[in-house]
Design a binder for this molecule. Structure first.
Ligand SMILES: O=C(O)CCC(=O)C(=O)O
Length: 293
């Protein structure tokens, strides 16, 4: 029996779902092994070195690089890592792709920064163009921690728990105006290999890293395939790496299945790799609308 055939996925638990619905995020410890952390870190730090040589780093020598797998094919395993990906298909179902991803490296900052307002919800124009209150969830993001942020002040991911049902947060009149953190802001602490799963509507922000530990993370945002992607993936099928990606990974990277007519609107579930995988494993739970064909 092949490794793939032996693989068994499990859905997120009812308790996790209830906590996610209440808080807008989950922290899941120990998702990646030490080896997996090392593989991902090495790839991302190599990208940072390349960007550094090419003058592509931002303020304070930081890297914020979009299209994670296009730029770092070694990260493909993070797209559908069973311990992390279960949160995506459990909530969004099988007709999904990664619409936006990035890797981030933030070295120590030596000078105290102004209180710049980085708080936002994901989805850009979705926060103007969706008319409901609260707006629809639309997407869920995975944040893999590849450095030790087990204490605050290390560039921790910062959230406002429970804010995913709030359309508007009082902030500065414009981005360039320093502004205090919102009351209740929480810097999430995590070890290398831990995962944060968050609802795109959760108000969140990066914090500054004043520690000597370079902060490294990888972020993958998933949404329905009928929402256009932001990542640069159009040329990926022409690369030598493409054939090394599994059909599910290819789906998540914008590929349209096995050539038998897969459709991004999910018209033909039987041709969609993730549908096939969930069906094979008996995980199509009809109590969850997004998992119904
Ligand atoms: O880097 C961070 O901690 C924040 C990332 C972020 O804002 C995002 O993924 O939308």
């Amino acid at each position: 029996m092949s490794l793939l055939a032996q693989q068994t996925w499990t859905p997120m638990t009812a308790e996790e779902r209830a906590r996610f619905d209440r808080d807008g995020f989950l922290v899941v410890p120990g998702v990646l092994t030490e080896d997996e952390v090392a593989i991902a870190r090495t790839a991302i730090l190599r990208s940072k070195e390349k960007a550094s040589r090419e003058g592509g780093l931002g303020a304070n020598g930081a890297l914020h690089q979009l299209s994670a797998v296009t730029n770092n094919p070694e990260l493909a395993f993070l797209l559908d890592h069973p311990k992390a990906f279960k949160y995506i298909w459990s909530m969004l179902g099988w007709n999904v792709h990664v619409y936006h991803s990035h890797v981030d490296v933030h070295p120590q900052i030596h000078e105290q920064q102004k209180d710049w307002w980085h708080w936002h919800q994901d989805g850009g124009r979705q926060n103007r163009e969706l008319e409901t209150d609260p707006r629809s969830r639309m997407s869920v993001k995975l944040a893999y921690w590849l450095s030790d942020v087990s204490e605050t002040g290390r560039g921790n991911f910062t959230v406002l728990p429970g804010s995913h049902l709030t359309n508007w947060l009082p902030g500065p009149p414009s981005r360039g105006v320093p502004w205090p953190q919102p009351e209740g802001a929480l810097q999430i602490t995590a070890n290398p290999g831990d995962l944060v799963v968050f609802d795109r509507r959760l108000w969140h922000a990066r914090s500054d890293n004043y520690s000597p530990i370079t902060r490294v993370g990888a972020f993958f945002g998933y949404t329905y395939r009928w929402v256009a992607g932001r990542d640069e993936v159009a040329d990926l099928p022409n690369t030598p790496e493409w054939a090394t990606f599994s059909p599910v990974q290819q789906q998540l990277l914008g590929g349209a299945g096995d050539g038998s007519g897969d459709h991004a609107w999910g018209h033909y579930p039987e041709t969609t790799p993730l549908y096939g995988e969930l069906k094979r494993q008996g995980l199509l739970d009809s109590s969850i609308p997004a998992l119904i064909p």
